[in-house]
Design a protein around this ligand. Sequence first.
Ligand code: IPD
Ligand code: CA
Ligand code: CA
Length: 263
Amino acid sequence: MNFEIILEQTIITAKKAGKFIKQEQKNFIYNQVEIKGLNDLVSYVDKTSEKMIVEELNKIMPEAGFLVEENSISESKNYNWIVDPLDGTTNYVHGIPCYSVSIGLECKGEIILGVVYEINRDECFYASKGKGSFLNGEKIQVSDRKNLSESLIATGFPINNFSRLKNYLEALEYFIKNTHGVRRIGSAATDLCYLACGRVDAFFEYNLNPWDIAAGAIIVKEAGGSIYDFSGGENWLFGKEISCSNRLLKEEFNLVIKKYFKI
Ligand code: IPD
Ligand code: CA
Ligand code: CA
């Protein structure tokens, strides 16, 4: 299998979906939004983007299965595409210009390739196993900050699972008081890419799904970052809790997460 060509074609696919998403934004009206669940929004834009992506990925690698957010297809094979056709839907429907297409490829529980296309800034982040991470063709790396006190933290506020909200808010208070600040960008895939290129130094969120983080995760890893669940372990892809940082911050960041999430 030629993963270089697969990566190139995946980038073309993400950009094609991104072009469609951007075009639709001009005429998008709020009553086109459907409610999937509490604060969980979707529209024909997410669904059409997913269909376009699935069709293209089927051509790129006919033998691969799919795990996709809007459920237009679901089948598990040796290789599986993990797709969020529009990450940042709440931003999109409110006209805030930060949202991405996220496409990851998984094999035996490991993400081996990922593309995140942030549509409005035309920033395409991508990585494949062992080959490094790139932003629009330029190699990227995580930051080299050593202390939380000089770090910028990204996070996602809980939107519909409030079971750990109290712990979350206590952790947030700590980070607000003890770092350069906290950002809620509104797209987890973008958060991870901003970590990968050193714009932020650490990220944490609970209740994310694999399609939010699969592609971003390999981009973080290949850029030299560490990804771990709240215990510091490996169960972050399906485990509904993810934290990541550059390697130098891992110990300090994870200690804070463990303390406030009472692990
Ligand atoms: C959402 C975004 C957001 C995160 C939410 C996700 P969606 O994805 O990644 O940053 O905080 O939990 O659901 O719904 O826009 O694809
Ligand atoms: Ca998402
Ligand atoms: Ca989505």
